[in-house]
Design a protein around this ligand. Structure first.
Ligand SMILES: C[S@@+](CC[C@H](N)C(=O)[O-])C[C@H]1O[C@@H](n2cnc3c(N)ncnc32)[C@H](O)[C@@H]1O
Length: 292
């Protein structure tokens, strides 16, 4: 247990969604590799946004551009940023009950007003099986009901903290390559793409309808190289595989270990080596200042 927060101290924002590949476990390794200074912060695979919220809490951000290809995720961010009171009211209408869950899952999100759409995504995320976002080919969320005892559906304090953190963030639904249109020299980009599978049989790359294959990983490396050429600082995390190491062999690669769940079978759990790639010198961050 850490020290108790003073009543007057606003809560630190934590991700308001559980996201596959969420970076909570790797945060100390990531924050200590963040450069001492940078302009705007960009996260083009934002997912749950673990590093964004952590850096915001450390007071390390001026402005941020967050994006992802997943429309439900981006709508939830915009709803929490712009309409947190309505999102909280809508979340309070939801309960952890199987029939209610399937009725909410069947709603067409595009027909709901934005705050209710965001609340639906948060509710399904907190109560679905394994807390993972998965869509079928038609783009419908299709995860079954999860058997949690008492999931927290509406964490009002954290939602308000997230809303405050997001006030200074531009949030949009975009392909990762569009970071080339917005990142300026001296900015920092953190890429956390869907993992390259550890083995040919591991099949956990379908984060969205299109999946993310080796062609996408190679395109991402080209974007990374172009940012480097333009003087944009870039950090990237991925699985430690020969393919990823070969793509980024021109850059500084550190191996790190974090517990992660790669799939729902017990054999997929454990400490898996990952890499953090940087295009700026290892000594550039103030040791110990950000890693606490
Ligand atoms: C590993 S997750 C990011 C996890 C995040 N860092 C966190 O802490 O929760 C990868 C994200 O990439 C997104 N994604 C997949 N393909 C994409 C693409 N072509 N462009 C942008 N985002 C994409 C997925 O929707 C998913 O949210």
């Amino acid at each position: 247990m850490g020290p108790m927060a003073q009543p007057s101290e606003p809560a630190r924002a934590r991700p308001f969604l559980k996201w596959a590949g969420g970076k909570g476990q790797l945060l100390p390794e990531l924050t200590k590799r963040v450069p001492a200074s940078f302009g705007a912060y960009h996260e083009p695979f934002v997912g749950g946004g673990a590093l964004f919220f952590a850096l915001f809490g450390l007071g390390s951000l001026s402005t941020a551009c967050l994006s992802d290809i997943n429309p439900s995720l981006i709508d939830a961010y915009i709803a929490v940023r712009n309409h947190v009171d309505e999102v909280i009211v809508a979340l309070r209408q939801h309960r952890h009950d199987e029939r209610h869950y399937y009725a909410v899952r069947a709603l067409k999100p595009e027909l709901l007003p934005l705050p209710e759409r965001g609340a639906r995504t948060i509710y399904l995320n907190k109560t679905c099986y394994n807390g993972l976002h998965r869509e079928n080919r038609a783009g419908q969320f299709n995860v079954p009901f999860g058997r949690y005892k008492n999931p927290t559906i509406c964490d009002e304090e954290n939602l308000r903290a997230c809303s405050r953190a997001l006030q200074r963030a531009e949030v949009s639904r975009r392909h990762f390559s569009s970071v080339l249109d917005v990142a300026r020299p001296g900015d920092l980009v953190y890429f956390d793409p869907p993992y390259h599978p550890l083995s040919a049989t591991a099949n956990f790359t379908s984060y969205d309808r299109s999946g993310f294959g080796e062609g996408d990983q190679a395109q991402l490396r080209d974007v990374y190289a172009e940012l480097t050429r333009r003087g944009v600082k870039a950090m990237l995390s991925n699985s430690d595989t020969p393919f990823i190491r070969s793509l980024y062999s021109d850059y500084e690669i550190s191996q790190v270990h974090a517990p992660r769940i790669v799939n729902s079978r017990a054999s997929g759990r454990g400490k898996v080596p990952e890499v953090i790639v940087r295009n700026y010198p290892a000594g550039e961050w103030p040791q110990g200042v950000l890693s606490g």
